[in-house]
Design a protein around this ligand. Structure first.
Ligand code: HEM
Length: 394
């Protein structure tokens, strides 16, 4: 599914990976580039807020927050990567864009017996390989169409979007990044799958924790009232002043890291860690979920308590090993800055604009928090909630 590891996430460590990583961090995911998409994020978020307001006015039906947040992140990501939205059914396949991306994410995390017993791999007993081939084909057809469209296009503003930046490097002589067509497709795939599910899922779990805990929700809303006021919406420039919201987000990453085992790593030489011998080429899983729940590091690890970060300088960026939602070191998340900005912005806006109640008289304490296992831990059941608009701003 990853173009024979020609992508960034699964490329083995070495000069090929280093060049791609440099291209992604300096040309696609730099602070400058992320800031240039600020108005796009605002437009998409305003569309969602308007949709929820209309929904509230139309009656008392709950909003499917899981679905709406995922659609928002899909739209923001597609506009940044391709320059337009691709939510429509005719793209990818008849199940629609979101469903195919989520199936791919699930397949990445599905144990495949053939990986462990190569002699039976060709039997494909659980039909995992067959499903992977079908998904790989759907993405490939989709990317071919997009690349052709962009190569033919004469639209001026195009060079801004990720696909056009990469096409500018395809076959170019005067650049250190000479990309092949397959590499462009592999990175497009990385960018959409690595951005959409982790970001949407982090927001979904944080919203669930807040709805489950009215005391913490009220405290976040009070902070928003004093920093932003009720007469306008949150702007990205407000985010640095929202200290309590920041603690809620850190606590959410500790309590529910979206990729609890990160991405599998491989040792590149024999080494010894804490007295354990790890041979070269071992597959290594880092259990960041267990680190976040370790009672020798955290008091009351099974409680969701943002206040634990008052006066603490532990940050989730990969330098403090107590909390590692983005991994650490060379292979840490390349889109951390973008992911954090979107999580902070969307969470702040949804909580600032609306009060949220559970439907059908369900009490906050009764909210079902069952997880679905995979590379990314989704909610097993969609988060449904009733909104009440709370701003004076129309
Ligand atoms: C809240 C949102 C996000 C979370 C929690 C997250 C988490 C992660 C994690 C856990 C890894 C693996 C690290 C490891 O195994 O050591 C990773 C890798 C990666 N992420 Fe993210 N991510 C997020 C958003 C994004 C976004 C928005 C993008 C890009 C558009 C992105 C692009 C990548 C890439 C390219 C890698 C592979 C890096 C490499 O191997 O060199 N991520 N991310």
């Amino acid at each position: 599914m990853n173009y024979e590891q020609k992508d960034l996430i699964f490329a083995p460590y070495g000069s090929y990976w280093r060049t791609l990583r440099k291209m992604c961090t300096s040309e696609l995911l730099s602070n400058h580039k992320i800031n240039s998409f600020k108005s796009l994020r605002k437009e998409e978020l305003c569309l969602l807020i308007d949709y929820i307001k209309d929904h509230q006015e139309a009656g008392v039906v709950a909003v499917d927050l899981s679905d709406k947040v995922t659609s928002l992140i899909v739209d923001m990501t597609c506009r940044m990567v391709f320059g337009k939205k691709y939510g429509e059914k005719e793209y990818l396949d008849e199940r629609g864009f979101k469903a195919v991306i989520q199936e791919r994410m699930k397949l990445v995390g599905t144990p495949n017996l053939g990986d462990y017993i190569p002699q039976i791999a060709s039997l494909d007993l659980h039909r995992v390989t067959k499903k992977m081939k079908a998904i790989a084909k759907a993405f490939d057809v989709f990317f071919e169409k997009i690349i052709d469209e962009h190569v033919r296009s004469t639209e001026e503003n195009r060079s801004k979007y990720f696909v056009d930046v990469m096409l500018g490097f395809m076959g170019a002589e005067a650049t250190e990044y000479r990309l092949e067509r397959d590499t462009v497709k592999a990175i497009l795939l990385d960018l959409i799958v690595a951005a959409i599910d982790p970001t949407a899922t982090a927001i979904e779990w944080a919203l669930s924790e807040l709805i489950k805990r009215p005391r913490i929700m009220k405290k976040v809303q009070k902070e928003l009232e004093s920093v932003v006021g009720l007469d306008r919406m949150v702007d990205e420039s407000d985010l640095d002043n929202l200290e309590y919201l920041e603690m809620v987000i850190k606590e959410n990453f500790r309590f529910r890291p979206v990729s609890p085992l990160l991405v599998p790593h491989e040792s590149v030489q024999d080494c010894t860690v804490n007295g354990f011998h790890i041979p070269n080429k071992s597959r290594i899983m880092i259990n960041v979920w267990a680190i976040g729940r370790d009672a020798s590091i955290w008091n009351d690890p099974d409680e969701f308590l943002p206040e634990r970060f008052v006066g603490s300088n532990i940050e989730p960026h990969g330098r403090d090993f107590e909390i590692l939602p983005f991994g650490s070191g060379r292979r840490a998340c390349a889109g951390m800055q973008l992911g954090l900005t979107v999580v902070r912005l969307v969470l702040a806006q949804l909580v600032h604009c609306f009060d949220w109640e559970l439907p059908d008289g369900i009490l906050p304490t009764e909210l079902d928090m069952t997880e679905e296992f995979g590379q990314v831990i989704f909610r097993a059941k969609h988060l449904l909630a009733l909104p009440t608009y709370r701003l004076t701003y129309k």
